[in-house]
Ligand binder design. Structure first.
Ligand SMILES: NC(=O)c1ccc[n+]([C@@H]2O[C@H](COP(=O)([O-])OP(=O)(O)OC[C@H]3O[C@@H](n4cnc5c(N)ncnc54)[C@H](O)[C@@H]3O)[C@@H](O)[C@H]2O)c1
Length: 329
């Protein structure tokens, strides 16, 4: 058996892009056993100062300087438009990469990242963090042995001021497209999208309907027009109806329907875990062991492709994703 090049030594990991998400990446990585937060990079000096002053790690103004400091792996939390050039530059230096969702701003760019990672033999993971949400895992476990009939997901909230030219479908619905593919273990075969732009240049409201190849009907309601954040999942199976709140992490199952209309209800147990921590632990494990990540490039690309098709920007992925049955997520 070949030994991991990192056996016994801490993995040197860097973070590029220190906004809302990157700050969390850095915080979690700084606490992970077997990991050294080797540095963080952002052209905005205030962001670098914020992180380095709290975590005591080296800070850099550019990706090049961070990579010159010597890193084994990089998490990319820069704006989506920059995922491709950053990922390609890291991969070219043999650095393992976790790129935030969506994998890239276009299917073509996503495919370039995947091809480069395959050629270089480095780990490529896409940050579809909802697969690591304990409430999502509880729902998936509850429906695992049943015949899924329909899935309904709501992901709404106020308009994020930082958002530039990425709309709600690529930014938010891509999470739920990934969940629908993961819950059903099937690819989305038919799409009926309705989108509109009320306040933004790109779409800020979308109602998306799907039919998977396995025949499941699914619906995503997403927008940036709601004054509060809500994330709910409803799944109807042949024998149960599951409702899950991904924020409060309460998951409820209705079952044992009777002819008189009565039924039983129970709350399902949901583990306590920070999804981002679980995701980063899984990434580190893939880097160390060479095991395929739970959400690899092909999965990220397949979900992005469906999101693009909802916007009428079609291009089928050449890479077939492997839907991990019973995976860690
Ligand atoms: N998994 C999730 O649930 C989740 C949630 C939010 C955001 N995201 C993803 O994370 C990424 C970042 O989103 P965010 O909300 O943190 O954005 P943000 O705007 O808060 O932060 C982006 C950061 O990148 C920095 N940056 C700009 N140009 C750069 C460059 N050339 N090199 C390095 N850094 C650069 C900016 O200065 C800023 O600090 C996006 O791809 C987004 O889709 C994922």
């Amino acid at each position: 058996m070949t030994q991991s090049p990192f056996a016994g030594s801490p993995l040197r990991v860097g973070v590029v892009g220190l906004g809302v998400m990157g700050k969390n990446h850095a915080r979690v990585l700084a606490e992970l056993p077997g990991v050294t937060l080797a540095g963080v990079a952002d052209p905005d000096a205030a962001q670098v100062d914020f992180v380095t002053s709290r975590l005591g790690c080296p800070g850099f103004a550019s990706l090049e300087a961070l990579m010159d400091a010597g890193i084994d792996a990089l998490t990319i939390a820069a704006p989506t438009q920059l995922h491709t050039p950053i990922a390609l530059a890291a991969i070219a230096r043999g650095i393992h990469v976790l790129v935030e969702k969506p994998i890239a701003q276009s299917v073509e760019e996503g495919r370039r990242i995947i091809d480069a990672a395959e050629r270089a033999g480095v780990t490529l993971m896409v940050g579809h963090v909802e697969r690591f949400n304990p409430a999502v895992q509880s729902i998936r476990q509850a429906i695992a042995d049943d015949d899924i009939l329909s899935i309904q997901i709501t992901r709404v909230g106020p308009f994020p001021p930082r958002m530039s030219d990425i709309g709600v479908v690529i930014d938010l619905a891509v999470h739920d497209i990934d969940l629908i593919r993961w819950f059903t273990g099937s690819e989305i075969a038919e799409i009926q999208p309705q989108t509109n732009s009320i306040h933004a240049e790109r779409e800020d409201i979308a109602l998306l309907q799907f039919r998977t190849a396995s025949g499941v009907l699914a619906h995503i309601n997403t927008n940036w027009l709601t004054p509060f954040k809500a994330r709910t999942v409803h799944v109807a199976t042949r024998n149960k109806y599951i409702t899950g709140d991904l924020i409060t992490r309460q998951v409820t199952e209705c079952f044992d329907y009777k002819p008189d209309g009565s039924y039983s209800m129970r709350h399902l147990s949901v583990a306590y875990a920070e999804p981002l921590r679980a995701e980063l632990v899984a990434f580190i494990d893939s880097v160390r062991t060479g095991k395929a990540p739970v959400t690899g490039g092909a999965d990220g690309l397949a979900s992005l492709d469906i999101a693009m098709r909802c916007l009428g920007e079609r291009a089928a992925p050449a890479v077939q994703p492997k839907l991990v049955a019973g995976g860690r997520g």
